[in-house]
Design a protein around this ligand. Structure first.
Ligand SMILES: Nc1ncnc2c1ncn2[C@@H]1O[C@H](COP(=O)(O)OP(=O)(O)OP(=O)(O)O)[C@@H](O)[C@H]1O
Ligand SMILES: [Mg+2]
Length: 394
């Protein structure tokens, strides 16, 4: 039988757990009309918590109302792609395409007033963000003129917002700001990792984005996770006992990506190999699935997380992994042989990146489940890698 679980980044899960209230808020913002605060929103949260999936769900809300929804990712060239999307979609237009970039052949150029003949390979020409901003604004206005006649609007979702795309984000945001001021029927929702998004909205040009509503996605309630497992498994033709449902639920710790991983691998174990059973996900299949899910989580989430932090941040996390529960920040500073102020800088950065959180005054804990186990298993390796790098840089 087809496996109903979706442990893939950005894939809409069979049951979207624990996000009903956020989605309803957005529905209301669309119904409340132009100027409703929830029409300008941003979504933050740790890796795998469901930001992209949330953007998809909000997009569906707008699509159901007949709105035009354009989903983009904030990497190079996204403004051109938005303009293209607005024009491609424009079925009533005269068929002319508006050129936003084109490739020119190699040529030679005589620069007047100089004695230089420059031979140039002109390559691809792109408009600057200001010109793009104008083009984008025109395309939005034209499209809105059509849609608003029928009471419809445009939603733009922008995923993976990060400082490296600041120029284009400025162009986009300035246009959105103008359109809001002109009382056009639009909504704009953007998403990204907490520190990256915060860095972007701290930009001087983008002060207006600071007024956007923030939805910080967290782990979801375990009762809802259990219910989602029960519904998904039964509607797809299998049975799971209360004991199995408990086992699967507990193993997720409420982390959305883990819901899909645990579900996927438990289902897989009930389909293939010695634990295969047409009708039932047995306890043995559940145990096997959970073990497999934990392994995969290590590779897919924790691995990439550790390719990035500075050695000091890595050390901080490794020092935390020595505790079985929340770690005292004073104790961590001692383990790192640093003064508390210095250690605190890294503590703050790790909190901003949503890798850890303050569990009580003077204590921090891991945000992602199993990170402690992963670090304990891989700690020696990570430490060794950093030491080797450190030596080669000396
Ligand atoms: N509310 C939810 N209920 C059940 N599963 C979910 C939920 N949200 C996300 N998932 C699942 O978790 C996985 C990760 O979701 P998604 O890619 O949206 O996370 P993300 O926050 O965008 O991660 P990243 O920071 O890596 O971009 C997907 O497999 C998705 O199906
Ligand atoms: Mg994502």
């Amino acid at each position: 039988m087809r496996n109903p679980f979706k442990p893939t980044a950005g894939m809409t899960p069979p049951v979207l757990v624990g996000r009903k209230a956020d989605i309803e808020d957005f529905s209301c913002a669309l119904d409340d009309g132009v100027g409703a605060p929830g029409r300008l929103m941003y979504v933050t949260g740790a890796r795998g918590v469901g930001k992209t999936v949330m953007l998809n769900a909000l997009g569906d809300v707008a699509r159901e109302r007949g709105w035009l929804v354009i989903d983009e990712t904030a990497n190079h060239g996204f403004i051109s792609r938005l303009i293209d999307a607005l024009q491609d979609n424009d079925k009533t237009r005269d068929g002319k395409t508006h050129i936003t970039s084109w490739t020119m052949p190699s040529g030679s150029l005589a620069i007047p007033g100089t004695s230089v003949d420059a031979s140039l390979s002109l390559g691809s020409i792109q408009f600057t963000p200001t010109e793009q901003s104008l083009d984008f604004r025109k395309a939005m206005t034209r499209k809105l003129d059509q849609l608003e006649k029928n009471g419809l609007g445009i939603l733009i979702t922008l995923d993976e917002v990060q400082p490296s795309s600041i120029e284009e984000i400025r162009a986009l945001a300035t246009t959105i700001q103008h359109l809001i001021r002109e009382k056009r029927n639009i909504a704009f929702v953007f998403a990204g990792l907490p520190t990256l998004v915060e860095n972007v909205i701290d930009d001087d040009v983008l002060t207006f984005l600071r007024r956007a509503e923030r939805k910080h996605l967290e782990d979801v309630d375990l009762d809802e996770v259990r219910h989602a497992f029960a519904v998904t498994i039964t509607t797809n033709g299998k049975h799971a006992s209360d004991d199995v449902l408990d086992r699967l639920t507990q193993a997720t710790n409420g982390y959305p990506f883990m819901i899909q991983l645990v579900g996927y691998w438990a289902w897989h174990a009930s389909e293939v190999g010695p634990l295969a059973d047409d009708k039932e996900i047995t306890r043995a299949a559940a145990d096997k699935g959970v073990a497999q899910a934990e392994l995969k989580l290590g590779d897919m989430v924790h691995g990439p997380v550790f390719n990035k932090p500075s050695p000091m941040k890595c050390d901080y996390l490794l020092a935390m992994a020595q505790d079985d529960g929340p770690s005292s920040t004073a104790e961590i500073a001692k383990r790192l042989k640093r003064d508390p102020g210095y250690a605190n800088v890294y503590r703050t950065q790790l909190i901003n990146e949503d890798l850890i959180y303050q569990s009580s005054y003077g204590y921090v804990d891991f945000r992602l489940p199993f990170m402690r186990d992963y670090l304990r298993e891989h700690g020696a390796y990570l430490q060794m890698r950093e030491n080797i790098k450190g030596r080669s840089e000396q």
